[in-house]
Design a protein around this ligand. Structure first.
Ligand code: ADP
Length: 402
């Protein structure tokens, strides 16, 4: 089945066209500057990238440009849009409404609207992306795949915060988690390698600009580091992660910050960038550490220490560990961060093969980076959220057609 995967952001719409019969990517690209002027970059293997400035004043126009590009005799890859049998959308937040991927209908869209409180920056663009596809491809079924869905299996004592219960009831304040589609993909791959799902205890570390760590038991999430919002958990590129909550009113008072300014501060001015005063990107920090920059070292040390603590606490929560997985930009490419997070973990049975770990960067294959005598196998598994979205969409639409 040819499935178009759409990831709608505030001013962009990324896409990938999959053939799910062999999971190949036929084409992919990005519509940018939506609402400003409009630019499309379209990529197909074996061809030069196609770039064009075309007006896209909203997401509907972006979808029209995207369809015109996919069907163009010069740069396209399909004869006409009826070849696209379904559309799968990446949705950042599904609240507690969605524990699995859903076919778009009025009820599903109404519930998605209610998620706007939890993800105000993303929900609007998602709705516009759905509307854009409905208008440009009426009759083509659409499926929503939620970043929060995989975490809905957490027990209540893991998702409930120790705040008064009425706040949870009034506002839905609880742990929802994020990056669920990525955790689901790499945990699934890990279960495939282990040869079983039931009885497995896996920790998945999705470490990128935003980072989250999950404990996955029997193929189901029992805890995850991101919380009510993607600000919780470990130190990130520009996000502070978990801090003493008393710091929030303290800084607001001393600095005269409004709630909005404080939120901006914690999301954009903290983390690796804030501590180092240099950069949110580990590549820059690595160079600075090598040049003897103490604050760059401190920023990285905080992150690796926190990863180590999550591995320890989730191993305790599951009473064991069968495999540890690293994924995303840092997890797949930063060997020194993996090495530091796994150093001195022999008590937990974790030991890396220093040589294999050091050369595991920029690869598209799964690599086992643990030493032969490590009790717990450690893997780098490149994530593929778009593939999960394409496969969920094909499965739901395929079942509907039967
Ligand atoms: P996002 O969360 O925005 O998707 P990524 O998963 O791309 O971000 O992760 C960004 C982080 O991963 C940066 O700190 C960067 O240093 C690191 N990273 C990404 N790609 C590479 C690479 N090819 N080599 C080294 N580090 C990388």
């Amino acid at each position: 089945m040819k499935v178009l995967v759409v990831n709608a952001g505030s001013s962009s719409l990324k896409y990938q066209l999959f053939d799910t019969s062999d999971n190949s990517v036929i084409a992919k690209g990005n519509c940018e500057r939506i609402g400003i002027d409009g630019r499309i970059t379209h990529k197909m293997s074996g061809r030069d990238d196609y770039k064009a400035d075309l007006p896209m004043y909203n997401h509907t126009e972006a979808v029209k440009v995207l369809i015109a590009t996919l069907t163009s005799p010069e740069v396209g890859c399909i004869a006409d849009m009826s070849e696209i049998e379904a559309v799968g959308h990446r949705i950042v937040h599904g609240g507690a409404y969605f524990s699995q991927s859903m076919l778009v209908n009025d009820d599903v869209v109404a519930k998605l609207r209610l998620c706007n409180d939890f993800a105000p920056l993303h929900t609007g663009p998602h709705l516009m992306g759905i509307d854009g596809c409905t208008e440009a491809m009426p009759g083509t079924p659409q499926v929503l795949v939620f970043d929060t869905a995989f975490h809905q299996t957490m027990p209540d004592y893991a998702w409930m915060y120790p705040i008064s219960y009425d706040m949870y009831e009034k506002y839905g304040i609880r742990r929802y988690g994020a990056h669920g589609t990525s955790h689901r993909y790499v945990a699934g791959e890990m279960c495939r390698i282990l040869g079983r799902t039931e009885g497995t205890k896996i920790i998945t570390c999705h470490l990128g600009n935003g980072s989250s760590i999950s404990a996955v038991k029997d193929g189901r999430v029992i805890d995850t580091s991101m919380g009510f919002t993607p600000l919780d958990g470990v130190e990130m590129g520009t996000r502070c992660g978990s801090i003493d909550p008393a710091i929030v009113p303290f800084i607001m008072e001393r600095e005269g910050f409004t709630p909005q300014r404080m939120s901006e501060y914690m999301n954009k001015e903290c983390g690796l960038a804030g501590v180092s005063g240099l950069s949110s990107d580990c590549r820059d920090l690595d160079d600075a550490v090598k040049a003897g920059n103490e604050r760059a070292k401190l920023a990285v040390d905080i992150l690796t220490y926190q990863i180590k603590k999550y591995i320890g606490s989730y191993t305790a929560a599951m009473n064991g560990l069968d495999a540890l997985v690293f994924t995303a930009g840092i997890g797949e490419n930063r060997d020194e961060i993996r090495a530091a997070a796994c150093a001195d973990m022999d008590f937990f049975g974790i030991k890396l093969d220093a040589e294999i770990n050091a050369k595991t960067r920029l690869q598209s294959d799964i690599v086992k980076i643990s030493a032969a005598d490590s009790k717990v196998p450690v893997y780098v598994i490149p994530t593929n959220e778009e593939l999960v979205i394409a496969n969920d969409t094909a499965a739901i639409v395929g079942a509907m057609k039967k």
